[in-house]
Design a protein around this ligand. Structure first.
Ligand code: ADP
Ligand code: MN
Length: 506
């Protein structure tokens, strides 16, 4: 305002009247954005109360629920978009090429890439401890100078034209489905007000479609896993590797197992089984603590253990299960076949049919004949496991054996160790006890007792005729092996006297 007759304080003011500063981005604008968001949220809460509740419930991670799921949804949407984009590309490619002998490939313009050529973030590289894909991205510090130019040519970010152009450019960041028209290609200047309105609309659209998505896609079973795992699973379906994930088969302390129908493999040489089991190793750590000893003393993982963070250790369980299953597969032991390992998620063939998993040995009633057959098969498998795979199951019992197709299938081998593991023989003895007790109770007269079974499997000849002495001899053998390691820096290749080297050497 001009100086002149005004309030008394103004004319008396020794510093004169304050000059006007034009505020191009008013507080009201800033506030209205926030207000609009709040109003929108209120409105939506009123419109879809039950959906909102569901959207808040499913994740077990606890911290940062909204952010992480928003990120996930954004990524899901992006993948969906990419896939549609590719489908359109293929249609165009087909149209252009027609019956022509010479064809043009649009391959390079594709967005979805075969599952295995994923970003390096997904590579399972256990040696690389520098890069932890689970670590949250560092917040990027984009220098916001707020002005460009020098001296009197300075242009602040509030300059209307610059600001307008920036707003137009920012529209690109809206969700892919959001139709922004072709303003991006033109020199279109959006005022803050228009931009904010558009942004609001884009957000609410995004949220709405995310909600619909949430409702439609996610069965209760999938809610048992955290958003990162869900994204991983979603990717597997999205890449076509899996057809559908139908539901949860088992929720254990350490893992959740899902059933899925297999899809198409990205590579020709690999065939995805028609039905798959997806074992998700739980990323909550508590239950894993007491299993340290299985992996800590496994020399195959020795060098890595100390350097790893807990998440990596969990991924190592999955890796271990994969390696062990592969060994068993190679030896011809009936067990799930590995399809793929991604982080802490292991996909394998499904033992069972039409979504019904094969029953555990503890849950089936076998005829005497089948019981006997099962016993001899297991005796055989234990020997094969020990001699050909150089492994001890270490959690063998009627809980981890499935009855399918008239035979026994071994599962759950993430904790399996080599016989020369510092506690390997103890684990074997425990396995033998479980097996022997189960079949003796089950009425198999031929079943060896635990000590006989131990000798039959290991090829050792421990003569103690009672449990306590037997156990002591086992521990003495383990001690001997450890001393050997101390003195010679390496393990005995095997305990048995026949001198067979282990088949696998990792
Ligand atoms: P946990 O460590 O939780 O015991 P398991 O590997 O034993 O993990 O899997 C838990 C349950 O899931 C099994 O008892 C079995 O019923 C089911 N399951 C696991 N893998 C398969 C598979 N490949 N096919 C069918 N069912 C499976
Ligand atoms: Mn199990």
């Amino acid at each position: 305002p001009d100086a002149g007759p005004g309030p008394a304080w103004q004319s008396k003011c020794p510093w004169g009247a304050p000059s006007t500063t034009s505020i191009s981005c008013s507080l009201a604008d800033v506030m209205s954005e926030q207000l609009a968001k709040e109003l929108q949220l209120e409105e939506e809460n009123a419109a879809f109360p039950e959906v909102v509740a569901a959207a808040e419930g499913p994740f077990i991670t606890g911290e940062n629920i909204d952010t992480s799921s928003d990120l996930m949804l954004a990524q899901m949407l992006q993948m969906e978009f990419d896939r549609e984009y590719d489908a359109q590309l293929r249609r165009e490619e087909k149209k252009i090429n027609g019956d022509s002998k010479v064809s043009i490939s649009f391959e390079n313009y594709r967005k979805v890439h075969p599952y295995d050529s994923d970003s390096s973030e997904d590579e399972v590289d256990w040696q690389d401890t520098r890069h932890d894909p689970y670590r949250a991205d560092k917040p990027t510090t984009t220098p916001r100078r707020g002005f460009i130019g020098k001296g009197k040519d300075i242009t602040t970010k509030h300059d209307e034209v610059v600001c307008g152009r920036k707003n137009t450019a920012r529209m690109e960041n809206f969700a892919p489905e959001f139709q922004v028209g072709d303003g991006i290609g033109m020199d279109l200047k959006l005022s803050n007000q228009v931009f904010n309105a558009l942004k609001q609309h884009a957000y609410s659209e995004e949220r709405r479609s995310a909600r619909l998505h949430e409702k439609k896609e996610h069965s209760t079973a999938e809610k048992a896993v955290d958003p990162k795992t869900r994204l991983l699973l979603y990717k597997m379906v999205n890449s076509g590797m899996l057809e559908t994930i139908t539901g949860c088969i088992s929720t254990g302390k350490e893992s959740v197992v899902f059933h899925a129908y297999g899809g198409k493999s990205a590579t020709e040489d690999k065939v995805i089984p028609p039905e798959c089991a997806i074992k998700v190793f739980k990323t909550t750590l508590n239950e894993f603590k007491n299993r340290d000893k299985y992996i800590k003393d496994d020399y195959r993982f020795k060098d890595r253990f100390s350097k790893l963070n807990p998440r990596k250790i969990i991924r190592m369980w999955a890796e271990k299960e994969m390696h062990n299953l592969t060994r068993m597969q190679n030896a011809g032991i009936p067990c799930p076949q590995v399809v793929i390992l991604k982080k802490h998620v292991l996909v394998m063939s499904f033992i069972g049919q039409d979504q019904v998993p094969a029953p555990k040995l503890k849950d089936v009633t076998l005829s005497n004949e089948d019981m006997k057959k099962a016993y001899y098969q297991i005796l055989n498998m234990m020997q094969q496991l020990y001699r050909e795979c150089n492994l001890v199951h270490a959690d063998l019992s009627e809980y981890n054996m499935l009855w399918h197709d008239g035979k026994v299938w071994l599962i759950d081998v993430s904790q399996s160790v080599e016989p020369t593991h510092p506690h390997g023989l103890e684990f074997l003895f425990r396995d033998c006890r479980n097996v022997s007790q189960f079949f003796q109770k089950g009425g198999v007269a031929e079943a060896l007792n635990e000590r006989e079974l131990f000798n039959a499997v290991s090829g050792l000849n421990i003569t103690a005729d009672n449990e306590v002495d037997f156990q002591a001899e086992i521990e003495a053998l383990e001690k001997m092996n450890e001393d050997h390691v101390q003195n010679h820096g390496k393990k005995l290749s095997t305990f048995s006297s026949d001198g067979d080297p282990p088949i696998y050497d990792e």
